[in-house]
Design a protein around this ligand. Structure first.
Ligand code: AHG
Ligand code: MN
Ligand code: MN
Length: 322
């Protein structure tokens, strides 16, 4: 079994990028340890604070953010960072080549119930001669990401990573702290009988999504002519991992529940990195209107609708949106 560094070097990953990825993973190993300690390390429960998006921060959101932020800024490998838990971008080393956007802890409603959580990250190149304090350096479409990945803190800790040459899965060997390659190339099956959506929002969806899901639920007596199964982990990182492992469709569509918040998932540190991982594994990632990786971001916490997974099923869903 091979360790992560030689695998990435073989793929043509530069020393600088490899060092940056290893820096992110060093923080993730510590998050993995803290998540694994659960109540023993006093990290469960909420803080009294909200992030800029009006969401109450869990203690583990704050801790994970601090770990990633400190280790990245200390390393000198990043020009700037953007995080779900930071109001604004934070400037780093002006001479560094890369910028990183991250969701320090995805699925934070799962922290207190010992269920799946993870860290999602997106690495882009900083424009030449740019100002590290200028947020606009993050306004790049997702297809410009040089690397994207997530670390899933589950029964085992797994890493899904792409540097644009396929999506690979690594498993953290906790006996010596190395991420070991456990799946050479993830390949999402083109067809599926599984979908993931928070069905409690059904009455707030647009007609296209209502119609699509109704037809899935109609099963083999409906227009799709087959029965579908449903899963919902409430952590995108867990749902996308299942899609990478065995296919499926995952969506968090637009809804009218809160008129000020038509979409839930954030483009820079949720939708974009997941879209790259999924496309690199042969799947598709779309908003219903556009390919996610082609969107020009307007602001760092921008939200989008997400429909991703098995290619033929995403296309079937998009047919309802035409
Ligand atoms: P986060 O914990 O980083 O705020 O993200 C949670 C996101 C995503 O991971 C998940 O798919 C979705 O929110 C769950 O939403 P519901 O609570 O509506 O199920
Ligand atoms: Mn998240
Ligand atoms: Mn989060």
């Amino acid at each position: 079994m091979r360790r992560l560094p030689p695998v990435l070097i073989e793929d043509g990953c530069s020393r600088e990028l490899l060092s940056l990825i290893r820096t992110i993973l060093a923080a993730c190993k510590e998050i993995s340890f803290r998540v694994g300690q659960g109540a023993l390390s006093g990290v469960l429960g909420s803080t009294l604070d909200e992030n800029i998006q009006g969401e109450t921060q869990k203690k583990l959101d704050v801790l994970s953010n601090q770990l990633l932020k400190d280790i990245l800024l200390e390393s000198g490998y990043v020009k700037a960072i953007a995080s779900e838990e930071e109001d604004y971008t934070v400037a780093g080393n002006p001479d560094a080549e890369y910028i990183v956007a991250f969701d320090p802890l995805d699925g934070s409603s799962n922290t207190d119930i010992n269920s799946l959580v993870g860290t999602i990250f997106s690495i882009m190149r900083a424009p030449k001669d740019s100002d590290p304090a200028d947020e606009r350096i993050f306004m790049q479409p997702g297809h410009q990401q040089v690397a994207a990945g997530y670390v899933l803190y589950g029964p085992c800790t797994t890493l899904a990573l792409t540097i644009g040459k396929g999506t690979r899965i690594f498993t953290l060997d906790k006996t010596h702290g190395s991420f070991m390659l456990t799946q050479e190339f993830a390949k999402i099956p083109e067809d599926t009988k599984e979908f993931a959506i928070n069905a409690s929002n059904q009455r707030h969806w647009q007609p296209a999504m209502q119609n699509y899901v109704n037809d899935l639920l109609a099963g083999d007596t409906g227009p799709r002519g087959k029965n579908f199964n449903m899963r919902w982990i409430a952590a995108m990182v867990g749902d996308v991992h299942r899609v990478l492992c065995r296919g499926g469709l995952f969506t968090y569509p637009a809804d009218t529940k809160d008129p000020n918040k038509p979409f839930k998932l954030r483009l820079l540190y949720e939708a974009n990195p997941m879209a790259l991982l999924v496309e690199q594994a042969g799947g598709m990632a779309h908003t219903g209107d556009a390919r996610i990786l082609d969107i020009d971001p307007q602001e760092i916490h921008q939200r989008v609708s997400v429909i991703l997974g098995s290619k033929n099923e995403v296309e079937a869903c998009l047919a309802y949106h035409k």
